[in-house]
Design a protein around this ligand. Structure first.
Ligand SMILES: Cc1ncc(COP(=O)(O)O)c(C=O)c1O
Length: 381
């Protein structure tokens, strides 16, 4: 009775929330119906690893927003990145990444992909159509990330996509900053769009998920097969939180966009600040492409202190902030600050003077006052 019970709850419950369907084993009605096929869109549910109705509902909703054919949900944004690489590259292929790519994507490409015989090279994110000179006969995949991690360069994605397609290469974009909302990736020529759902879709800093969306059924087959082989299933519990997060995404995005714009404009007037790297401000490299291609901006931007501000003062500024917490990842309700040391000759010469801010849902006057008091404190350092 404990295992094979006839007890039942009353029927007829209807709620606004998607149920959390957990399950490894999926039951088949009869022996002849059993099949181990990952493509549950084609054959129905077969095994929990390939997604339960909770996972696949999240996938369908992301796919609808990004106007794709199919979306694959992964257990984190970085898992989406590595899955794209593993599904689409093989030994002897050449991969192009912008210098501004998310750090762990660079790390995976340099270590794992090179170990498997993939050639990896980097291009300046502001290169635009000039990327044509970077192609080799074996170039198969080009990444864009717009704006780029930390340094926020907005890329000329259509020009890069055009050049890539002329060379027979696929284009993938890390579309996390726009949350798949403010940049219509497929319209701008990309073949694959991925997001860390961890950020805005989750929206509360309490889950890790990623998504990969494609328009081409053949690409879905390649990605789906590799996803199956790697076995990286996303938790239905996390997917249910992401589905809940999606319902408030529009109001959250609007709020963080408004706060970030106020703060970025205010910072650009401060004497301690040399440069504000916010895509909606003309001081941001590639601002003209943001204006042309994006329909809004989000809550993450950077600024660079004047040359006379040293590393200790930058650290003291971050430590003096009270509302802005210190931590990685963003897109939640809490404002965050982080400093980065950019010492590579291939990156802009911001050195240790760059601070990245994420504006959360706190009152903007409180955030501004917080930054102001922290700026005052560094004078005493
Ligand atoms: C632009 C970007 N892409 C991908 C990721 C990876 O996401 P996750 O932390 O879910 O692995 C991050 C996380 O910081 C990110 O900022």
């Amino acid at each position: 009775m404990l295992i094979h019970s006839d007890a039942e709850a009353p029927e007829g419950f209807q709620s606004l929330a998607t149920p959390v369907y957990r399950g490894s084993t999926v039951l088949f009605p009869e022996a002849s119906a059993a099949t181990d096929n990952w493509n549950q869109h084609e054959v129905g549910y077969t095994y929990g690893l390939y997604g339960t109705p909770t996972t696949l509902e999240l996938a369908a909703k992301i796919c609808e927003l990004e106007k794709g054919f199919r979306t694959i949900i992964t257990p984190g944004g970085q898992a989406a990145i590595s899955l794209i690489h593993l599904a689409l590259l093989k030994a002897g292929d050449h991969l192009l990444l912008p210098e501004s790519i998310y750090g762990p994507n660079r790390m995976f490409s340099n270590s794992v992909l090179r170990r498997f015989g993939v050639e990896v090279s980097y291009y300046q994110p502001t290169i635009g159509a000039g990327i044509a000179a970077e192609f080799r006969p074996n170039t198969r995949l080009v990444w864009c990330e717009s704006p780029g991690s930390i340094t926020m360069e907005v890329q000329d994605v259509p020009a890069i996509a055009d050049a890539a397609h002329q060379h027979g290469a696929l284009v993938v974009i890390d579309n996390t900053w726009s949350s798949g909302i403010y940049l219509d990736a497929f319209v701008h020529g990309v073949d694959i769009t991925m997001q860390a759902l961890t950020k805005y879709i989750g929206g509360h800093s309490d889950l890790l998920l990623g998504s990969i969306t494609v328009r081409d059924p053949k690409l879905f087959e390649r990605l789906g097969e590799t996803h199956h082989g790697i076995g990286s299933a996303a938790s239905p519990d996390d997917c249910s939180l992401a589905l809940r997060g999606m319902k408030t995404l529009a109001v959250r995005l609007k709020a963080v966009e408004a706060s970030a714009l106020v703060l970025a404009q205010w910072l650009s007037q401060r004497p301690e600040v040399e440069l504000v790297l916010h895509p909606a401000l003309p001081s941001c490299p590639g601002h003209q492409f943001w204006k042309r291609d994006f329909t809004g901006s989000s809550g993450l931007f950077s600024f660079v202190f004047q040359q006379n501000v040293n590393k200790q003062q930058v650290l003291a500024f971050i430590d003096a902030l009270e509302f802005f917490e210190i931590g990685y990842s963003w897109g939640g309700v809490t404002s965050l600050a982080m400093t980065y040391d950019l010492q590579s000759p291939k990156r802009p010469a911001y050195g240790s003077r760059l601070v990245r801010l994420y504006t959360g849902l706190e009152d903007i006057d409180d955030l501004k006052a917080d930054v102001e008091q922290a700026l005052e404190k560094i004078k005493a350092t």
